[in-house]
Structures are given as C-alpha cells and as structure tokens.
Design a protein around this ligand. Sequence first.
Ligand code: ADP
Length: 396
Amino acid sequence: MYLLVCNAGSTSLKFKLFEMPSEHVMAEAKVERIGRKDNGIFTYKTPAGGYYHTEKTDIPTYTEGIKMFLDCMLSADSELGVLDDIRKISRVGFKTVLAPGYGVAVIDEAVEEKMQEFLDVAPAHNGPYLEAVRHFRALLPDAVLVGVFETAFHETIPAERTLYAVPYEWLEKYGFRRMGYHGASHSYVAETLTELFGSTGRTISCHLGGSCSLCAIEDGKSVDTTFGLSLQNGICHANRCGDIDAYVFPFLKNRGFTDEEILYGLEKQGGLLGISGVSNDMRELREAEKEGNERAGLAIRHFINGIVKYIGAFYAELGGLDNLVFTAGIGENDSSVRQEVCRQVAHLGIKMAEQPDELGKGLLQLSAPDSKVRVLVIPANEELGVARKTFRCRVD
Ligand code: ADP
C-alpha cells in the first residue's frame, strides 16, 4: 500500500511517501517559509538519489507547496518520479493538531467540523490542515484520509496540571483545559529512548522548531508539557508569543487595539520575529546577531531562558532527570542553543562530552559517559509515527 504522510508545521510542510507495511520511504519533501514572499525553500529527495532543491522562491500557500511536491513525485524524470498515477496512494495520514475527542480518526465531515470549530484555538495549524485535507480529498476521492491528532499523547497528564484556576463551571461547560501538542514528536522521542535504553526513565523532551514545546515524560508517558489550551503557550515560538499574562489583552484593548489586531500580533508578529524585528528563523537571527543586531541577540537569549525555566520546573516535577533530548529544526541543527541551555542547567548533573558520540540514524549523544543526565539529539521522525498509526487505523 502507498501511504502519504503530510506534516504541516506553522511555517513548513513536510511529506513522506511510504510503502507499507515495509515502511520503505519512496520520496520525501520539505517546503519551508511558506507565505514569505520570494523566500520559500523547497527540497525533494528520493532514496535512489533523486534530488531537487530551490530557494528564494515564492510559495504563497500550502496548496502551492503540495503542488510542488506532487510535480516532483509524478515527474517523468526517472531520477525524481516515483509514481505514475497519484491515485495509487490509498491512504493519507495528517499530523493533525486539535479536534477535542479525537485521537487517531478517519477525517470525515464530523472531524473536519470539529477542526473548524476549534480554528480559533489553533489557527496557525488547523487552518493549513483543513486546506491540505480539502485539497487531497478533491485529488484523491477514494483514498482514506486519517488524522493523527497531536493532543492524544498528553491524555496521561494528571488533572491538577491541565486545569486552569478559573471558575470551575467554565471548564465544565466548555471542556477547556491545557491540551498539549507535539504529541507525534514527543511520543517518537519516548519510543526511541525505549528502543535504545529499555525505558524513558525521567525525560525532558525539547521540541524546538517553528513551534516549540517541552514535555516531561515518565516511564513512556507524558506527565506535563508547556503548551496550554492553544499553541500560543509555553516558550517563545517562531511567530507566537508563548506564555503571556491574559491581562495584556484588555490592556491593549483599552489603548485602542481591536481583537483582531491583538490576535494577529500574538500569533503572527510575536515570538522570535516580534522581539528581533528581523526574522522568525533562527538561521537568520544568528546572522543578524553576528552583524551586531542587539534585538536578534535578545530574542535568542529570551528563547533560551524559556527553555531553561521549564527544564527547572519539569526537573522538580519529575524528581530528577535521566535524559534531556533536543529535537526538531533548532534542536537538531543549532548546537549553540543546545550548548547554552546545557551550560545553564549543568547544575542538574549535566557533563558534556568533548565530541558528540554518533549513535546512528542521526542520533547524537552530547553528554559525557559519566554525566548523571544523558543529553541527546533525536532527529524528529514524526512522519514514521503518523504512518504507522494511519496504517493501523480501522476503517469501518
Ligand atoms: P516546524 O515547527 O515548522 O515543523 P521545523 O522543526 O522544521 O519547524 O523547524 C524550523 C525552524 O528550525 C526554522 O524556523 C529555523 O528557526 C530552525 N532551523 C532550521 N535549520 C536550522 C539551522 N541549520 N540552524 C539553526 N536553526 C535552524
């Protein structure tokens, strides 16, 4: 069976075409900086060595990104093309974000409606997914579309950590609480640790990408996370503000802002972009910092401080720490962020190695053998987790 996985991040779109059940990857692509005029990046690869890359290109919408991937996958060029007919794809798995009540589910009208209903809670994600789902439904009317929702992994967090201290009737009536996201990524970290070392023990998983979250994991289960009801919470993101006092909202309203302007600022113009005024992308912030841009440096220091603070909080909740894991775009690629975080929390029992130890498949052990806490880089492979769950999903 050919199974396509679609992973829409807040700033990127990733695809992997799998042959199941062998889990053989036939083609993969990454579309970055969607909506950033003339600044998009597109990369396509096949295991047979097919490669196409373009940058500084205009990728205005997610639909345009999907089209670029399909053009490569169906290309007549034998180096790139891996399928002659798109209808051979019988399932598409989406790393969907929020539709309360759904974990892994065939995306039918009811699921779409629920995603639409919670668009106000996850606008940077439910929107792109609804766009992608509708596009694939039109392209592949016979395929089964499956949503693997990001909140499912966090169902194990105890109630005292997920509730908000608001009038209890509000929680009962509207069913809101801290949901937690990035479940596909943090659960993949937990599975990988279990495969490598037999258990997760007490782990803090740091997913640092366009969206960022930390997750406290104990014996394979999520026991706390930085995200709240929405994906706005926790540490600073690429464009989103992270933790903020709710009273900023009336404060700005009283000074003439509309609801839309405030939400636009919190969601699109905050985060690394908001502080730096330069970019939402760590690579560009590093460049700007080198050129002496002070706000770029401030944005990076604020970002690191958020990670350090939550590591401290989760260390306290876990009662110690066995593994500290970095994953996703920044976590995997920016060694300075990792080193600075580890330097600041070294007192928790971290001793870094002179040279990282390569454990295969991109995994790195950064800590010294006698470090109390193991520090690792585990490359995100959320797509494989989504592929497995999509393949196993029962279709009635
Ligand atoms: P998303 O949350 O959109 O899925 P990713 O996990 O792909 O994002 O991470 C994208 C982010 O990773 C970029 O916005 C950028 O800040 C960061 N990034 C990617 N490559 C590098 C790199 N080589 N060095 C530093 N940061 C990087």
